[in-house]
Design a protein around this ligand. Structure first.
Ligand SMILES: C[S@@+](CC[C@H](N)C(=O)[O-])C[C@H]1O[C@@H](n2cnc3c(N)ncnc32)[C@H](O)[C@@H]1O
Length: 206
């Protein structure tokens, strides 16, 4: 089982890079593939966190072998599709594909656009949602992994829209769904990439 992150932005923004590093920590470097990555620097930066491909998964004959492509073992995670991911999908698919896109509000449905590109290339795949709320890419991978390991979406605790305090007078609101884990002391912890809050605090504009 591999987690493919199809990078859909032109640049590799720091925000995105922190999410990708988090994904690698969550599922393990050997299970992550970053596709559609252009530029030597971006490729070098990501190489420590997964296998990096310049090609899009839409040209997947260069990435996954054609047998898998033909036998429909690719699942694209898309918030706007009908079927929800279930633990049984673990045996049905080999590749779980996520859009490497920073969240936008309202959502631009870029994942659906990417699915159109796959269809146009004759790639066979199915789609699954993780509920209707838009998650960050790393949150979506975290949730998918939990579901494939046997949890139900309803077993997980979420916070929709988080507010991060930047300093005494400023805060930033992120209108996306994040996972909350409760530790042994009963404290609620938001699951965020390492260094993410510090990154937001250093960022000059939003
Ligand atoms: C920040 S989301 C981007 C959503 C984007 N605004 C769009 O319109 O498609 C990044 C990726 O995380 C995954 N994702 C996020 N929320 C999801 C959900 N509720 N269900 C399934 N996949 C989700 C998808 O693979 C998506 O491409």
């Amino acid at each position: 089982m591999k987690f493919i992150i199809e990078h859909l932005d032109k640049r590799l923004y720091k925000w995105c890079f922190l999410e990708y590093k988090h994904i690698s920590t969550v599922v393990g470097r050997d299970k992550v593939m970053f596709t559609n990555v252009s530029g030597k620097t971006s490729k070098e930066k990501l190489a420590g966190f997964g296998t990096v491909f310049s090609d899009s998964i839409a040209n997947s004959k260069n990435i996954v072998n054609s047998k898998n492509v033909l036998s429909k073992r690719i699942c694209v995670l898309d918030p706007f599709t009908e079927k929800t991911l279930s633990k049984d999908d673990k045996t049905k698919f080999d590749y779980f594909v996520f859009g490497g896109i920073l969240g936008d509000y309202p959502p631009q449905k870029r994942t659906a656009g990417f699915c159109d590109k796959l269809r146009a290339k004759g790639i066979k795949f199915e789609t699954r949602n993780l509920g209707k709320e838009q998650m960050s890419t790393d949150t979506a991978v975290y949730v998918a992994k939990k579901i494939l390991e046997g949890k139900k979406l309803s077993d997980l605790k979420f916070k929709d829209t988080i507010i991060i305090k930047i300093n005494e007078s400023e805060e930033v609101e992120l209108p996306f769904r994040y996972v909350v884990e409760i530790d042994k002391q009963g404290k609620e912890n938001l699951i965020l990439p390492d260094g993410f809050v510090e990154f937001l605090k250093k960022r000059k504009s939003f």
